[in-house]
Design a protein around this ligand. Structure first.
Ligand SMILES: COc1ccc(C)cc1NC(=O)Nc1ccc2c(c1)[B-](O)(O)OC2
Ligand SMILES: [Zn+2]
Length: 265
């Protein structure tokens, strides 16, 4: 069956100590970056974000050997993102996280050099211009990714259903059915303020196809919930040497003259 956003087979090629190019030739819009707040520019034309997620499109959770992907059925426009800086409607295909070996670091983006223990990425592709995720990944304006910082604090009730499913996908290549999960519960509740800039995937193929939308407000998860993320393994069950899935973030990239716009003053 066509898996949701069928990114699973392609992402499985990703390994934390990538063999691939760490610098993309001519890459002048690479991600992640440090967001320097006082250098961001307020853009009054930016609209409110319009996420419309249908929990019934949630299909499975998959350990791709780099992160764990919660994959959605992206064969219809049931779960979409529009508005904000976007000119088109983008289909949700998966979300995943990046995290550290401890609570001092783990996020990919930073705000005035402030690191967070983890970062959520909600991945959407432009279904008005392209017909498949794999196509959109290679194209300018192909993807829209919402980044949400995680901070250690109170337990996140909505996340717990996901945390409870992780032991079943401990090793690379494992997958378990997962349904009725509303990713909207992982978005900040108090404000929809965000920064936006043009960047790239932070894993191979590092293509410069992403409109990044980084939420100003973080969400809180408990220490124990994050500890379960760290119990995952980069390695397949049959590998002799097991490696804990931690520090699965990319080093920061040069801004190369890009402007980060803010939806708020
Ligand atoms: C080997 O990897 C691939 C091979 C072929 C295709 C079509 C895609 C990929 N990779 C991919 O989609 N990565 C990817 C996709 C989306 C996001 C990120 C990585 B992120 O920066 O972490 O957040 C958003
Ligand atoms: Zn990511």
């Amino acid at each position: 069956n066509l898996t949701a956003c069928s990114s699973k087979y392609v992402l499985s090629a990703v390994h934390p100590m990538w063999k691939g190019p760490l610098v993309v030739p001519g890459g002048d819009r690479q991600s992640p970056i440090d967001i320097v707040v006082r250098k961001s520019v307020f853009d009054s034309e930016l609209k409110p974000l319009k996420p419309k997620y249908d929990p019934d499109t949630c299909q499975q959770i998959y350990n791709n050997g780099y992160s764990f992907l919660v994959e959605y059925d992206d064969t219809t426009d049931k779960s979409t993102l529009s508005g904000g800086p976007l000119q088109n409607s983008f289909r949700l295909c998966q979300f995943h996280f990046h995290w550290g070996e401890n609570n001092d670091w783990g996020s990919e983006h930073t705000v005035d050099k402030r690191l967070f223990p983890a970062e959520l990425h909600l991945v959407h592709w432009n279904s008005e211009k392209y017909s498949l995720f794999e196509e959109a990944v290679m194209e300018d304006n192909g993807l829209a990714v919402i980044g949400v910082f995680l901070k250690v604090g109170k337990r996140h009730e909505g996340l717990q259903k996901l945390v409870d499913a992780l032991p079943a996908i401990r090793h690379k290549g494992s997958e378990v059915e997962f349904s009725h999960f509303d990713p909207g519960c992982l978005l900040p509740s108090d404000t929809n303020d965000y920064w936006t800039y043009h960047g790239s995937l932070t894993t191979p193929p590092l293509t410069e196809s992403v409109t990044w939308i980084v939420m100003k407000q973080h969400i809180e998860v408990s220490h124990d919930q994050l500890a379960v993320f760290r119990s995952l393994q980069f390695t397949a069950v049959d590998e002799e040497v097991q490696k804990s899935m931690v520090n699965n973030f990319r080093v920061q990239q040069p801004l190369r003259g890009r402007t980060v716009r803010s939806s708020f003053t």
